[in-house]
Design a protein around this ligand. Structure first.
Ligand SMILES: *Cc1c(COP(=O)(O)O)cnc(C)c1O
Length: 471
């Protein structure tokens, strides 16, 4: 056995360790196109091997890396590979991995401004860039979180603080039935009872029907209730629908409501000029959720919340301990710990700052435009196939479709569509998922992975065509 790795290796030992790991990761990434889109589920053997005694002594690194990359990692949906068209794909951008390594190694404390002002200013600047990309006004700031769900929770905290103060009685928040479940979850966590969440049934186009929203708000006001928040989604998980954001912004403005936009899937597409109009009204959001671990291709663990009135978010979190350094002077120097439940945190913003600098944002814009182009190729090839219907034309890069069987009862039709899904996924070259809306089962695919290319999309089309012919 090689001598055990010291807890604090010298530069040579570090370099050797990282060279070995980098080589293995490089080989892994190069092998992704040949890997199955979802692993065989033989997790029991791996789980058994993991249930070992506490490892009190050092181990050789090579077998450990082999175990990780050859057994633990493959037992999964292949969320880093080109065939992953399931849910809303994430990324695994390698320059962001480099940022993560650097940030962890320098281990700066970014929960507060004073201990690392420049690192915090760097992160703040990424937030300004994102706000500008989203067309939001100067002064819009926010915080990096672990993901869209956490960002949504913070948005609800801010809206509650600003619009209701401490009194939640009779409060009403309006979402469409197509909202992501993290919004109702956030409202619940923020202390709202179930009847505070008003789910407006989505229209036949799976968007929030604004007239129904207006009518419901008026009825609730007449009943003495207190509407305070309306949520629009810029790209739903089910069908990729973008709510009528400008109309929702009008309603929010007229009614004095907090306007929240969930852009966890769709918002990054706003930087593609040809798609900008789809997002008309998004720039008027009081709070906007972005998920860089989806549309900016980062590894999981990076979400963003942008808020127009940072004071609302700060007020929602109260004051910090007297043993901490004093808060910075000036609105734009941020103590992130004053904006979230977290104190200690990693230097998250670097994961986006470094890739933006190294590749240039134009590279992200082009990569997003390409994901859109690939989704359009899929839609064009599938449109008009006998019996096949779309939920609606894809607005971004998500397509929901199903096969109709006229005269067949819905339950049987659903079963056949589930069978169709299983056939499409069986060769494990692409992985797509399904969803049920109002009792109807839909297949859905989302092109968002950086590694999904035209060759894989065309191969997927062949697989879908064959499955359609058999079902
Ligand atoms: C993914 C997603 C979320 C939740 O974000 P997480 O990062 O998974 O917590 C919320 N809304 C939409 C539209 C999403 O696609």
């Amino acid at each position: 056995m090689t001598p055990p790795l010291p807890l604090d290796p010298d530069p040579q030992a570090l370099e050797a360790m990282m060279a070995d790991l980098t080589r293995r990761v490089g080989q892994y990434v190069a092998s992704l196109p040949g890997q199955p889109a979802q692993g065989a589920v033989e997790w029991q053997t791996v789980a058994e091997r993991l249930r070992e005694p506490i490892p009190m002594t050092a181990s050789d690194p090579a077998p450990i890396y082999d175990f990780l990359l050859q057994e633990v990692v493959p037992c999964s949906f292949n969320t880093a590979g080109p065939g992953y068209l399931a849910y809303v794909p994430g990324g695994g951008l390698l320059s962001a991995c480099a940022a993560e390594f650097l940030a962890a190694a320098v281990n700066r404390f970014t929960g507060l401004w004073a201990p690392a002002p420049a690192a915090v200013e760097l992160e703040t600047q990424v937030l300004r860039w994102l706000a500008e990309m989203m067309g939001m006004p100067a002064g819009t700031l926010g915080v990096f979180t672990s993901g869209g769900s956490m960002s949504s929770l913070l948005a609800v905290f801010a809206a509650r603080e600003k619009k209701l103060g401490g009194d939640l009685a009779g409060a009403r928040a309006y979402v469409s039935t197509e909202v992501h479940h993290c919004l109702p979850k956030a409202l619940r966590l923020a202390g709202f009872p179930p009847d505070a969440i008003v789910r407006i049934p989505a229209g036949p186009d799976f968007r929030m029907p604004v007239d129904a929203l207006r009518a419901r708000i008026a009825a609730d006001r007449a009943a003495g209730l207190r509407p305070f928040l309306v949520c629009g989604t810029a790209g739903t998980v089910n069908t990729g629908a973008v709510d009528p954001l400008a109309a929702l912004a009008d309603v929010a403005e007229a009614e004095g409501l907090w306007f929240h936009v969930d852009g966890a899937y769709g918002a990054p597409f706003r930087i593609v000029p040809a798609l900008r109009a789809v997002f008309d009204g998004l720039e008027r959001a009081d709070s906007l959720v972005l998920d860089p671990h989806k549309g900016f291709f980062l590894p999981y663990g990076t979400g963003v919340l942008l808020v127009r009135d940072l004071g609302a978010l700060r007020d929602a979190h109260g004051s910090l301990g007297a043993y901490l350094p004093p808060p910075p002077e000036g609105e734009e120097h941020l103590d992130f710990a004053a904006l979230t439940p977290e104190l200690s945190r990693d230097w998250r913003g670097l994961r986006l700052w470094l890739p933006f600098k190294l590749h240039g944002v134009a590279a992200f814009r082009d990569a997003l435009a390409e994901r859109r182009r690939l989704a359009v190729i899929l839609a064009d090839a599938l449109r008009g196939r006998p019996g096949l219907v779309f939920a609606h034309e894809p607005e971004l890069s998500l397509l929901a479709f199903r096969r109709c069987h006229p005269g067949v009862p819905e339950a049987e039709e659903n079963r056949r569509n589930q069978e169709l899904l299983a056939r499409i996924n069986a060769p494990r070259r692409v992985m797509i998922t399904g969803t049920t809306i109002d009792g109807t089962f839909w297949l859905r695919l989302c092109v968002l992975h950086l590694r999904t290319d035209e060759a894989r999309v065309r191969e997927g089309l062949g697989i879908i065509a064959a499955a359609l012919a058999e079902t």
